[in-house]
Design a protein around this ligand. Structure first.
Ligand code: T46
Length: 142
């Protein structure tokens, strides 16, 4: 199922958190907190050279994703082909929705970072645009 296109192409949102003396429990459900049916989940961790490491550097033709800094913090550079914005993800109870046709670059990773991702589809390399000039060309077609 596609996301609601009346909403912005990317946005931050809060997840419910239940705190008690034994720790925090953060939960999320598809089609509610995560605004699509979840077909895949993965996480990025064990990043060496946190200060210089970079991930991303691509856009997706159709995929929608939610990124969560389940541990630690990192920056996400977001580029819709016209405007750029950098968002620092640093709370496990906050999600960043990135819909299709958004160029993203992840950097400035803290120690012990875990970037948890929920995706609207299975992995397919065909969905990636890994060349920035090509991405700009795609955005002009729409
Ligand atoms: C994204 C950012 C936040 C798979 O085989 N299955 C998978 O589910 C994924 C996500 C990747 N792969 C393979 C593809 C590459 O051979 O794992 C390798 C590394 O993937 P990539 O270079 O795309 O990793 P990142 O961290 O640059 O990007 C990933 C996601 O691919 C991307 O969708 O938005 O995390």
């Amino acid at each position: 199922m596609d996301i609601n296109h009346n909403k912005p192409k990317y946005y931050l949102f809060d997840l419910p958190i239940i705190k008690n003396i034994n720790g925090d429990l953060i939960w999320m459900e598809e089609m509610q907190h995560i605004p699509f049916e979840i077909k895949r989940s993965y996480f990025i961790t064990n990043i060496h050279g946190n200060e210089t490491a970079k991930r991303g550097g691509h856009a997706h033709k159709n995929l929608n994703q939610v990124l969560i800094a389940a541990s630690g913090a990192f920056d996400v550079l977001i580029d819709d082909g016209e405007n750029k914005n950098v968002i620092n993800l640093n709370r496990p109870d906050q999600g960043l929705l990135l819909s299709s046709m958004i160029w993203r670059e992840l950097s400035n990773f803290s120690r012990n970072v875990v970037c948890l991702v929920f995706a609207s589809d299975l992995y397919t390399e065909n969905d990636y645009i890994r060349n920035y000039d090509q991405f700009i060309q795609y955005t002009k077609r729409k």
